[in-house]
Design a protein around this ligand. Structure first.
Ligand SMILES: [Zn+2]
Length: 689
């Protein structure tokens, strides 16, 4: 299929909740990839707008205000500034960074809502919802706590039990109580407006199916939602913080935060280009691309497109390149447990090293699966890649040019075959890197960029101008000229990834305004061009520096240990080490028939985000067992592995499938499940005793 060409591009990066500072997971998830993409597109001379902002509505904001004993407005004002500043410091080059509390956004979302309302899109539904009579308000799911029907946790939330991970609805909780007053809430009827996603399903399905080029994780998640069958979703909420519903007699109701938040992209564009914002949203020659994290896929691929389609005036997203999550030192990043590398702290502790973090997060980006940030890897990539390859090459080229020619680019003489080959390779790089960026493969693009620096390093190492200068100074002029063309190309192609470094290179090379689209047109640095003095690009990071960071995390780990006391919400999130069970005798133990089994097949159970379905060779038979570890393992990684199975457990039906036994796993205090294994491969059917 021929690729459609577009006249202009609208690129958005996720609207982040203004209820806390930002960390490396945010940067790696969507802000760094979107920034690389946009910087590249600008360098190609494309007409592009890059918008984002803070999401300042929704229950998390009101909860944060409650926890801090302040108002939602004070919370969002504080964090808007912190977040905006961190992005600016890291060179995330938004054309505008807006916020959803602005009047222009309230008006834009209300107009959008009214447009759909007047077209008769919404279905009005009256449902029973918990109401706090003392606080005189309806309770959002997160405002209700009670006993989890699955695990008995007494502090489960109305939407989820954080102890066992069950998805809940408030009516399922035993002994419900309001977090506002502590009182038992009562059920009361309330009217809300629903988007009939069930009826829109065929349209949405057609739209998703027309984009098989989407990343596998994105396309797969959409298909899984569609296969489950879409349900009507309420676009209004009973809450006092948000965009007011623009209908009569709707006091105390606001727009659902996922209705108004994506419209924030439109409001931000309006704010940026009050006179011609419409062509960035309504012209079919505009390509709309949303960069997000995986937790927002359904909102950007199903709900927002359905809103845009029903409205009718807008283009729909052409691509939604969502990333998976970045973990930290093997654990999920967690704001409440302070398990994160905070950007504002990094800036203080590693001044001037924004590009190092950008480099490491991109080299290790969670593009296809969750990935891990470790301080050791940070150090290694800095020392053995940025310093030893990139920095070393550029420094040699510039220093030698100053030493031999007072910083003037020497004229090129006769080219040897090795020079021709090197220049031919150099000419291929810009298109190769561009191809990867256009496919949202930023790790691959960055790896090619480093290969270009390697090409330069190898060229100098093989030609050894520092030796030849005594015997063949004419030859050295050609060598240095070729090396400088490689370095000058690096300046342009590294700019999307390492913008601060590109600026330094621009200073050294006395070269500015060169764009990607200029590459390959000839020599970037002509003979006779005067270079400036060399500056340091990267410096070695010593062991004690990363050891201090690791020690800081160790201290946080200690603070997070179950023995430490924490606030009510933190306590609910944490697992205590369970107490010792009642003593048993050996005969009790021998009743359990546990065996080693080999995984023959493993796949996700449709409509379940927890269950994996295994076909196991137990030595006795081949049988199907379901296990709730889908969040912790990729099915394809488990095929061929051995597990431990309780084979004489009575069969149990889950999701319509009979599970014939139980696979044993260990659960840590974060709720991570780890499969138990014999420590060497053994025959299936081997007994455990
Ligand atoms: Zn539970």
């Amino acid at each position: 299929m021929a690729k459609k060409t577009y006249k202009r591009h609208t690129v958005t990066a996720a609207l982040i909740y203004a209820n806390g500072p930002i960390h490396i997971g945010h940067l790696a998830g969507c802000y760094l990839p979107s920034d690389i993409y946009v910087r590249y597109m600008r360098s190609m001379g494309e007409d592009i707008v890059f918008v984002s902002g803070t999401d300042e509505h929704g229950v998390p904001i009101t909860l944060k205000a409650r926890n801090e004993g302040t108002t939602p407005q004070a919370v969002v004002d504080k964090y808007y500034d912190i977040i905006k500043n961190s992005f600016a410091e890291f060179g995330i080059s938004f054309d505008t960074y807006s916020r959803t509390s602005r009047e222009i956004h309230h008006k834009t979302s209300q107009d959008f809502f009214l447009n759909l309302y007047e077209k008769g899109i919404f279905e009005e539904q009256t449902t029973e919802q918990y109401f706090d009579e003392k606080a005189n308000q309806f309770l959002a799911d997160r405002y209700i706590v009670g006993t989890c029907p699955t695990c008995g946790n007494e502090n489960a939330y109305g939407d989820q039990c954080e102890k066992c991970g069950s998805t809940l609805s408030p009516q399922e909780l035993g002994n419900p109580r309001s977090m506002l007053s502590g009182e038992k809430p009562v059920l009361k009827p309330t009217k809300n407006w629903y988007m009939p996603l069930d009826k829109l399903q065929p349209k949405i399905e057609k739209y998703v199916d027309s984009h098989p080029e989407w990343k596998t994780n994105v396309f797969g998640q959409c298909k899984s939602w569609l296969n489950q069958g879409l349900q009507p979703r309420s676009m209004t909420r009973d809450l006092d913080w948000g965009v007011k519903v623009p209908l009569p007699e709707t006091e105390g109701k606001v727009l659902y935060v996922w209705f108004d938040a994506p419209i924030g992209y439109i409001s931000a564009t309006k704010e940026l280009k009050p006179n011609d914002w419409e062509k960035y949203w309504k012209d079919e020659d505009t390509r709309l691309v949303h960069f997000i994290g995986k937790d927002n896929i359904v909102f950007h691929c199903i709900i927002f497109p359905s809103m845009l389609m029903e409205h009718g005036d807008f283009v729909v997203p052409d691509n939604v390149p969502a990333n998976e999550f970045m973990n930290l030192e093997g654990q999920k990043i967690s704001t409440s447990r302070n398990w994160a590398v905070w950007l504002h702290e990094y800036l203080e502790e590693f001044p001037g090293k924004q590009d190092v973090l950008r480099y490491v997060l991109c080299a290790n980006a969670p593009e296809t699966k969750d990935n891990d940030f470790t301080w050791k890897d940070f150090q290694t990539r800095n020392n053995s890649e940025l310093v030893a390859i990139f920095g070393n090459f550029v420094n040699r080229a510039v220093v030698l040019t100053h030493k031999y020619y007072e910083g003037r680019v020497p004229q090129r003489g006769e080219l040897f075959q090795f020079d021709e080959e090197t220049l031919a390779k150099l000419a291929e790089f810009p298109a190769v890197i561009a191809g990867s960026i256009e496919q949202f493969k930023f790790r691959e693009a960055l790896a090619s960029l480093m290969d270009l620096a390697r090409l330069g390093n190898k060229y100098l190492a093989d030609t050894e101008p520092w030796k030849l200068i005594k015997t063949d100074p004419e030859r050295v002029k050609t060598i240095m000229n070729v090396a400088l063309q490689i370095a000058a190309t690096l300046q342009v192609v590294c700019e999307p990834f390492l913008p601060f470094t590109a600026t330094k290179l621009g200073g050294m090379f006395n070269q500015s305004g060169v764009k990607w689209s200029d590459l390959g047109k000839g020599d970037l640095l002509p003979g006779g061009h005067q270079l400036e003095a060399p500056t340091l690009l990267f410096e070695k990071i010593e062991d004690d520096v990363v050891e201090a960071q690791i020690a800081k995390l160790e201290a946080i780990k200690k603070l997070n240990s179950p023995a430490e006391k924490a606030g009510e919400i933190k306590k609910a999130e944490k697992m205590e080490v369970p107490g010792l069970k009642e003593e048993i005798v050996y005969d009790d133990f021998t009743k359990l028939d546990m065996r080693v089994a080999t995984v023959l097949e493993c796949e996700r159970v449709p409509k379940s985000d927890k269950l994996l379905k295994f076909l196991l060779d137990t030595g006795i038979d081949k049988r199907t067992i379901l296990s709730g570890i889908a969040k912790h393992y990729q099915p394809e990684d488990l095929i061929g592995k051995q597990v431990v199975v309780l084979v004489n457990l009575a069969p149990r039906k889950m999701m319509g499938i009979e599970s014939q036994g139980m696979i044993l796993s260990a659960e840590d205090e974060e709720g991570n499940l780890r499969l138990l294994q014999a420590n060497a491969v053994t025959n299936p059917g081997a007994t455990i005793s």
